[in-house]
Design a protein around this ligand. Structure first.
Ligand SMILES: Cc1ncc(C[n+]2csc(CCOP(=O)(O)OP(=O)(O)O)c2C)c(N)n1
Ligand SMILES: [Mg+2]
Length: 372
């Protein structure tokens, strides 16, 4: 007999929007019909995202950076959703969306420089490693405090609506993020004021060691949309094309003035929460195994191969090329020195007050700093 958990898991798979079938063909009704160039560009970014996560985790283990948090298994929902946005739209990330950072144009060397917190880091080492922000790509700062980015995104979207700007905001958060006050505040406000915003939940079924079943008594995350009077949709978060399709519909809804959408991208966190976590303490490898078989990169590769625009030899070459690219970018980033000491005292005050000027002069006079 099947367990209640197994039956519930089946039920959770049922109402997901899917486009890529097991054999690599697509469901015509929702196929976003990507050009060959875009399909290959997105696949490349997925592989880059994965390789980056692997390499940066190794770097952390070697003691060269202090922390890393990645998105292994979640690349499709991150890149598929970000792909839909136009240049004038805004992204409000959680902390796993480095693929979206790169899609929005942040150079790889700049991203890795942020991990070192060095002179080439646009935020000059003032954040934790892996907490990038990219103003040229309308990519707000990574948010570690759970949920705070949700009302920020809703506020930005509402402001755009009041000003008559053609802008849609998209905000990422996890399943755990839906238990925060800020999720309620943001979703409620978005519903009442019909803010042009996409609330994008990466439901990877874990919040560090807390499983989804301990997070909410709702059957699904998308169900919560009903209470806020906004549209809710569930999508296979490992299907890049399906994620593009539902985000595109949400984007159109926002632009039409019909308000917000709560997207639940159903996926799985394959690795630990971050480099500071060991998931073997709270979950079994056999729970993870079925999700390894649903790898979003393998699914996309199958689609490209069936479409006859990809082949094994090109795949091998791509992986080798990306390995080299990440290696070279790491070497380049690691060569930058630390940010200048005086940068600590800059960019808060237009005219720094006397006590900060005094502290700055004192800091600069120390031989210890001068030698760095
Ligand atoms: C307000 C707040 N509470 C607790 C934490 C500690 N914390 C960091 S990540 C995390 C789990 C979040 O899980 P989820 O929202 O599902 O995102 P995921 O990590 O799975 O992508 C927790 C509890 C925090 N950062 N902020
Ligand atoms: Mg989660």
């Amino acid at each position: 007999m099947r367990t209640v958990e197994a039956l519930h898991a089946d039920r959770l798979e049922q109402d997901l929007v899917r486009v890529i079938r097991a054999d690599g063909t697509t469901d015509e009704r929702r196929d976003p019909k990507l050009s060959e160039t875009d399909a290959l560009k997105l696949y490349r970014l997925m592989v880059l995202n994965r390789t980056l996560d692997e390499r940066m985790t190794t770097l952390q283990r070697q003691g060269r950076i202090g922390f890393y948090i990645g998105s292994v298994g979640e690349e499709a929902c991150i890149l598929g959703s970000a792909y839909v946005l136009r240049a004038q739209d805004w992204l409000f990330p959680c902390y796993r969306e480095h693929g979206a950072t790169l899609l929005r144009g942040m150079p790889l060397v700049t991203f890795i420089s942020n991990l070192f917190g060095n002179a080439n880091d646009p935020i000059k080492g003032r954040q934790m490693p892996c907490h990038e922000a990219w103003r040229p790509g309308n990519f707000a700062s990574i948010s570690s405090p759970l949920g705070t980015q949700i009302p920020q995104a809703v506020g930005a979207a509402w402001a755009a609506k009041l000003k008559g700007d053609d802008m849609v905001a998209l905000v990422y958060f996890g399943d755990g993020g839906t238990s925060t006050n800020d999720f309620h505040v943001g979703a409620n406000f978005a519903g009442v004021f019909k803010a042009p915003v996409i609330l994008f939940c990466r439901n990877n079924q874990w919040a560090i060691s807390v499983p989804l079943s301990r997070q909410t008594a709702s059957e699904t995350i998308a169900d919560k949309a009903v209470a806020y009077g906004i549209h809710g949709v569930r999508v296979d978060g490992n299907d890049l094309l399906a994620c593009i399709a539902v985000t595109r519909e949400a984007h159109e809804r926002a632009r039409r003035g019909d308000g917000a959408t709560l997207v639940e991208a159903y996926t799985y966190r394959i690795l630990g929460h971050s480099t500071s976590d060991d998931p073997r303490v709270y979950r079994k490898d056999e729970d993870v195994a079925p999700w390894r078989d649903k790898d979003p990169i393998a699914k996309m590769k199958r689609y490209l191969t069936t479409r006859r625009i990809w082949a094994e030899d090109r795949d091998l070459a791509l992986h080798a090329e990306i390995e080299e690219e990440v290696k070279a970018a790491t070497t380049k980033a690691e060569a930058f020195g630390p940010p200048a000491i005086e940068s600590m005292f800059e960019e808060v005050y237009a005219r720094p007050p006397w006590h900060l000027r005094e502290e700055r002069d004192e800091a600069l006079s120390f031989g210890y700093f001068a030698g760095r």
